[in-house]
Design a binder for this molecule. Structure first.
Ligand SMILES: Cc1ncc(COP(=O)(O)O)c(C=O)c1O
Length: 388
């Protein structure tokens, strides 16, 4: 049996008729950039996320970059980010000649540790970027409290978490000053190229983002501010409009798959089912925990990734790949260990949880169309690995 990490062809087959039609309609219209498809997607996303403004942009990375530009981040400003995330979270800060300041994560959720934020604040700090990693909300209440206390902006990186609710029921991307999403094909809501979105309830900020999305001209060709080309294209919007109504079902299937993994990991005695964060003979594999799973919130976790921890990570990955099981490391090198950030000042030992995550995590297949037999095969293979 082969188990890919992700198989997008199955999703395409299930919606092929509608998707092909939507793409061809854009070709017929010859309206390729922004336009009615993008405006339609923005309206539908505003309703879905219950937010005043959703602004389609060219990628998740560009969503972050543009949001930071729009709140005025520039040379020498400090922006606090988790050291354990996709590179874009920190990369965009440096691209504006600002300084990413790293904070450690919480090992239960792999999200930024609010406790680690306050000590990193200086008189240059301007913003915090909490990342809702793997499809679960960062702990936004203490983050917003710190932001308010020090007059900082909060830009949520929700690239992996579209449709996720925080414990108060609010959607991620609507809790800070702005939210940033990615429609990279492997995301829960993915398009057929690059795409992204910025959300905000702040009218003035939305206006500024819309102007900066098209080089900052308002009216066109008259520039008080400098923006860039951050436009979403119509084919991507058309694809996303077909897919959006299915997003909650796909996320529910991912949660169901996570439950099936848990059942088999417990049955195979690799995990005790107690949400332990400590390895012992009953917990050789540590499973992801949905922090808000018993609060009756629909999308408390959307499992963009299903992340387990094992001490023997690298050997296990080799073993799984030898059995044609797709798996990946997200992310092997935290920001504080990246060469490009070596000139920044921080204490190497300040990020023990991120170091553990980088050394011990593996993403297993979790996509909605994965079947129970495949999940059992993955867990049986992990069980065989520990027996050998
Ligand atoms: C946490 C996080 N931030 C930002 C991004 C950047 O999104 P994109 O690939 O659409 O530029 C991604 C996606 O890859 C991500 O996972």
């Amino acid at each position: 049996m082969k188990v890919p990490l992700l198989d997008l062809k199955l999703q395409y087959q299930s919606l092929k008729k509608e998707l092909d039609k939507a793409i061809l309609e854009v070709a017929e219209s010859q309206y390729f950039i922004l336009g009615p498809e993008v405006a339609g997607l923005e309206k539908e996303m505003e309703a879905y996320l219950n937010v005043k403004h959703a602004i389609g942009v060219s990628s998740g990375t560009d969503a972050l970059l543009l949001a930071l530009m729009a709140i005025g981040i520039g040379t020498g400003d400090e922006v606090i980010v988790p050291t354990y995330s996709f590179f874009a979270t920190a990369g965009v800060v440096s691209r504006l000649n600002a300084i990413p300041v790293f904070a450690d994560i919480d090992l239960t959720t792999f999200n930024i540790s609010p406790k680690d934020i306050e000590s990193k604040i200086t008189d240059k700090t301007k913003a915090i970027i909490p990342v809702h990693l793997y499809g679960q909300s960062a702990d936004m209440q203490p983050i917003n409290e710190i932001a308010e206390k020090y007059n900082l902006k909060v830009i949520e990186d929700g690239a992996q978490a579209i449709g996720v609710q925080y414990k108060n029921g609010n959607n991620v991307g609507t809790i800070g000053d702005a939210g940033c999403f990615s429609f990279f094909p492997s995301k829960n809501l993915g398009c057929y190229g690059d795409g992204g979105m910025i959300t905000t309830n702040d009218d003035a900020l939305a206006e500024r983002i819309k102007i900066m999305r098209v080089h900052g001209g308002a009216p066109k060709y008259y520039h008080k501010i400098i923006g860039g080309n951050f436009r979403l294209d119509a084919i991507q919007a058309a694809v996303l409009r077909v897919k959006l109504p299915h997003l909650d079902n796909w996320s529910a299937s991912r949660r169901k798959n996570a439950d099936i993994y848990k059942k088999y990991f417990i049955e195979s005695a690799l995990n005790s089912g107690t949400n332990s964060l400590k390895y012992n003979v009953d917990n050789r594999v540590l499973l992801p925990k949905s922090t808000y799973d018993n609060l009756g919130i629909k999308n408390h976790h959307i499992f963009n990734q299903h992340i387990i921890r094992v001490k023997e990570r690298d050997a296990l990955i080799d073993y799984l790949r030898s059995k044609d099981i797709g798996c990946e490391i997200y992310y092997p090198v935290p920001f504080h260990k990246q060469e490009c950030f070596a000139n920044l000042s921080f204490n190497e030992n300040d990020f023990p949880n991120s170091d553990i995550a980088a050394a011990e995590t593996i993403a297993l297949p979790i996509f909605p169309e994965l079947n129970e037999e495949q999940i059992k095969f993955v867990v049986d293979s992990i069980s065989d690995f520990f027996k050998n």
